[in-house]
Design a protein around this ligand. Structure first.
Ligand SMILES: O=C(O)CCC(=O)C(=O)O
Length: 359
């Protein structure tokens, strides 16, 4: 049987397709013709590992003793991603959150389809939105939704979740919000952005969540779980839900696998924090590969400025350092509109925001 005939029965869910597929060929719409090899060589132990930031290093930190901030600055500058340990989020809450996310993807497909993405929407359960018949599709099912501000929540998504998943996610969101605000304070201070400016921009900001399910794939080297991109966010806090690796980051032109430390979060700088730092920080390019035999699940939380805030080089930074802004300034709400209506005209957000030749 031509494997593309499987598509109508699986409601567009890659998870369902993968169950039916067994050893059949992967449909062409998932096959990436020009994929940079996803394979990690036997010499991967020679590759650098992503740095570790220990939250305990900032406890009781004195203004005069800024060694930990200097380290944070150089990690965000050189890498734009780190493993965060001793982050203080309750282990039992994280365990529960992981179980609930696994439980969500194990629901019968009909249940998950209650949250299905509809045409023209970007929030809900389903695949990358198709804009062209021949568009390649990532080997993953996703669930993306805005969780803050509360009035931007879609009533048929989080409010309609199974009660335990909803409650666990609400608790998890609250904990991660606190952590994110702490991280914004620290990453801001490390580049001389006043703490108050970071709070004004990010407190009660726009927040969103993405749960992703990457099914096993019989041709893992010919598909991609998540297309290479940098995050449009301020910061992203990522939880690997089921201990299967797949995240890779591009550093100095080389894809480097991320080996998650137990109990750590992966934190990455997004485009907005790169812009606020006036280009000091690096919004790192990353992608997710898939596994031949194992499913992989992740949970990403994206923390952004409030909708009415200016997104641009932080004013206190340009004043404190005397550096001219290298990025333009835009209101967050406008940026979101452009981003989701795809008005970036083929450019990345960073390319669009860059000031060329001082203009
Ligand atoms: O699944 C992962 O490890 C990466 C997820 C991610 O980067 C995203 O959802 O934007």
């Amino acid at each position: 049987m031509d494997s593309s005939q499987l598509l109508p029965q699986n409601h567009g869910s890659v998870q369902e397709l993968a169950k039916e597929l067994k050893l059949d060929l992967v449909p062409q719409r998932y096959i990436q013709e020009h994929l940079e090899p996803t394979f990690v060589s036997n010499h991967s132990s020679l590759l650098p590992s992503i740095p570790i930031i220990d939250m305990n290093d900032f406890v009781g930190m004195l203004e005069s003793d800024n060694g930990s901030l200097t380290k944070l600055r150089s990690v965000c500058q050189e890498w734009g991603i780190f493993q965060l340990v001793n982050h203080g989020v309750d282990k039992s809450l994280i365990k529960k959150m992981k179980e609930e996310v696994v439980g969500f993807f194990n629901l019968p497909v009909e249940e998950k389809l209650r949250y299905k993405l509809t045409a023209g929407e970007y929030q809900g359960y389903g695949q990358t939105i198709l804009h062209a018949q021949d568009q390649k599709v990532d080997w993953a099912d996703r669930f993306y939704m805005i969780t803050n501000p509360l009035h931007r929540r879609k009533p048929h998504l989080l409010p309609e979740f199974p009660p335990v998943l909803r409650e666990t996610m609400e608790n998890y969101l609250l904990e991660l919000q606190k952590l994110a605000m702490h991280l914004f304070g620290l990453t801001g201070s490390a580049v001389e952005i006043d703490k108050q400016e970071m709070m004004d921009v990010f407190d009660d900001g726009m927040q969103s969540v993405r749960m992703t399910y990457y099914p096993p794939c019989p041709e893992p080297d010919r598909v991609i779980g998540l297309t290479p991109h940098s995050d449009a966010a301020g910061i992203t806090i990522l939880l690997q839900v089921n201990d299967v690796e797949g995240l890779q980051v591009k550093k100095d032109g080389v894809w480097i696998p991320v080996n998650f430390l137990p109990d750590a979060f992966i934190v990455n700088v997004g485009d907005i924090l790169e812009i606020m730092s006036n280009g000091v920080y690096n919004s790192i390019e990353h992608r997710a590969t898939v596994n031949a035999t194992k499913e992989r699940i992740s949970l990403a939380m994206f923390f952004n400025p409030k909708l009415e805030a200016d997104v641009g080089p932080a004013k206190s930074l340009t004043t404190n350092t005397g550096e001219p802004p290298v990025y333009k300034t835009l209101i967050m709400e406008q940026y979101l509109k452009d981003f989701f209506s795809r008005k970036l005209n083929g450019k990345t957000f960073l390319e669009r925001m860059k000031i060329k030749n001082g203009h």
